[in-house]
Design a protein around this ligand. Structure first.
Ligand code: AHG
Ligand code: MN
Ligand code: MN
Ligand code: MN
Length: 346
């Protein structure tokens, strides 16, 4: 006789991934990469929560390729992420916000996946213990785009091979996700068939499935922009923001919510609806957020939830990256809200 199900069907990220593998939604190699990323996020969650105790607040004393003063936790999180991906043995190339160029992983012996990541997003919030996060995207290798291999003169250097493999449009993403380090530690992921959320149970250090097939509300009266840059925005964008503040017939204007961590602002938008924007401005002509490991993974997730991710004129996922750390303007959230904004920018 088969054991009667207790009805208490708790799923962890590990058991959920194995089920996806059994259903043929994901192969073993990718399952292993995902598990190594979840392991990295658990370690970073613990480091973030104890930052003040273990002297991990404040700056590292170095400047990254973005020109940012690296926080100690930017550097440590980058090492944690890189080490976990290396030890998976299934990662071929990694590209990180905190690495100047993509690196080939020598420990790779099968799978050879390309993983792009922002090891610690919103790191300016660390010292005040405000929500931060990690963002990642996973691609298949893209070697066929290398110059024709029997013409050795054209054959790229190792660095060129890495860049070709990493500079793929978001449409090619196999999986994307983030982990938010907040009042709860929440791991959100899509494999291309819906968006799932797992909450870390500190009692036994496992991510437990808490939301399935998340759908972003079609509209939402919350806007999330750093209005400190208002004076430097394009006129049509200023008009859009001004109109959101008009109470209108309902007598209720939009609400402003801005944490200063993309992961936190995005997660609230995904669940409550609305729009998050990081526009280009007079000082940063392509905005601030990086296409590869911030805008594209978040756009893949939001589209899987029925929302939209745009640079103001086109889908973020259609953009072909030309540089590892290139920036694009980002408008992301409820479909109706993003389309409304695109009309102002047309
Ligand atoms: P990171 O900490 O990974 O460099 O990213 C910071 C980003 C993003 O998290 C956030 O939305 C944005 O910077 C905030 O920028 P402002 O402080 O200019 O608003
Ligand atoms: Mn940074
Ligand atoms: Mn970031
Ligand atoms: Mn970062």
């Amino acid at each position: 006789a088969t054991r009667k199900k207790s009805g208490y069907e708790l799923q962890t990220l590990t058991s959920w991934l194995l089920r996806q593998e059994m259903k043929g939604e994901i192969d073993t190699e990718l399952t292993i990469v995902m598990s190594s990323i979840a392991m990295a996020c658990k370690q970073i969650a613990s480091l973030v929560q104890r930052a003040g105790i273990s002297n991990l607040t404040g700056v590292q004393g170095a400047v990254n390729i973005q020109g940012e003063d690296q926080k100690k936790l930017d550097v440590v999180s980058n090492e944690v992420f890189s080490n976990c991906l290396r030890s998976s043995g299934r990662t071929g190339i990694i590209a990180s916000e905190e690495e100047d160029v993509p690196v080939a992983v020598e420990e790779s012996y099968s799978g050879n996946y390309v993983v792009v990541f922002d090891p610690l997003d919103g790191s300016s919030n660390i010292d005040a213990a405000v929500s931060t996060g990690s963002i990642f995207g996973i691609y298949s290798p893209n070697d066929e785009c290398l110059p024709d291999s029997d013409d050795t003169s054209a054959l790229g250097s190792e660095e060129e091979r890495c860049i070709v493999n990493v500079c793929q449009p978001g449409n090619n993403l196999l999986a994307a996700g983030y982990c938010m380090y907040s009042s709860s530690v929440i791991f959100v992921l899509t494999l291309g068939k819906g968006v799932f959320a797992f909450t870390l149970d500190p009692m036994y250090g496992e991510f437990v499935l808490t939301q399935e097939n998340i759908e972003i509300p079609k509209a939402g009266k919350i806007y999330s922009f750093n209005e400190g840059n208002y004076q430097m925005w394009d006129e049509n964008l200023k008009k859009y923001i001004d109109d959101l503040k008009d109470p209108g017939p309902s007598g209720k204007p939009y609400s402003a919510r801005y944490i200063g961590s993309l992961v936190g602002d995005f997660h609230r938008t995904l669940l409550y609806g609305g729009i998050y924007g990081y526009p280009r401005d007079a000082k940063s002509k392509n905005g601030k957020l990086r296409l590869l490991y911030e805008c594209a993974p978040m756009s893949f997730i939001v589209e899987q939830a029925g929302g939209k991710g745009s640079d103001g004129h086109q889908r973020v996922l259609d953009i072909q990256p030309t540089e590892i750390h290139q920036r694009v303007p980002l408008y992301i959230g409820s479909k109706e809200e993003v389309e409304k904004l695109e009309k102002y920018l047309a």
